[in-house]
Design a protein around this ligand. Structure first.
Ligand code: FES
Ligand code: FES
Length: 173
């Protein structure tokens, strides 16, 4: 195991939303703070800061993870995707974001970036396995706390995308 000097800043090189970025961080700097304050990726939100609410969820090497439970130095050499990297370009929403918009799946929107990152990861994992049922979607969402939407529109949005992608997959089969 690499031991880092607690008083020193350490170089961190990562690919953030497809772009190479470099910065330095002390060993105790959280990835959530590093993304927001050092790299300007403020789409990642911080709620509880101890792994409960899911607001800070990002993808590390394609896997949804809590940025508040990850240290910045742990992403050295890895690929990080935040909500800013979900859409292709600034003006075009991804199918998932568009479905959230269509179903009014957000109110204050504070929890939304984390939920989107989990949903995006989960939808890509279940690709080719048919359409999930609502219970599976709710189970996937159980790692996220939303104070305003009651989850029903979020579930509807995710189901919509799952159905559309499955139909697309079937038509390409
Ligand atoms: S801020 Fe990370 S889980 Fe709540
Ligand atoms: S939309 Fe407000 S916390 Fe989820």
């Amino acid at each position: 195991m690499t031991v880092l000097d607690a008083r020193a800043e350490h170089p961190v090189r990562l690919t953030l939303n497809g772009r190479e970025r470099r910065a330095s961080a002390s060993p105790r700097r959280l990835l959530s703070d590093f993304l927001r304050h050092d790299l300007g990726a403020t789409g990642t939100h911080v709620g509880c800061e101890h792994g409960v609410c899911g607001a800070c969820t990002v993808q590390i090497d394609g896997v949804a993870q809590r940025a508040c439970l990850t240290l910045a130095v742990q992403v050295d050499g890895r690929e990080v995707r935040t909500v800013e990297g979900l859409a292709e370009g600034d003006a075009v929403l991804s199918d998932l974001q568009a479905a959230f918009k269509r179903h009014h799946a957000l109110q204050c929107g504070f929890c939304t970036p984390g939920i989107l990152m989990s949903c995006a990861d989960w939808l890509s994992r279940i690709a080719g396995r048919g359409v999930p049922d609502e219970e599976q979607v709710r189970e996937m969402l159980s790692g996220h706390l939303c104070r305003c939407t009651g989850y029903t529109p979020i579930v509807a949005a995710v189901m919509d995308v799952a159905r559309a992608r499955a139909a697309q997959g079937a038509s390409h089969a």
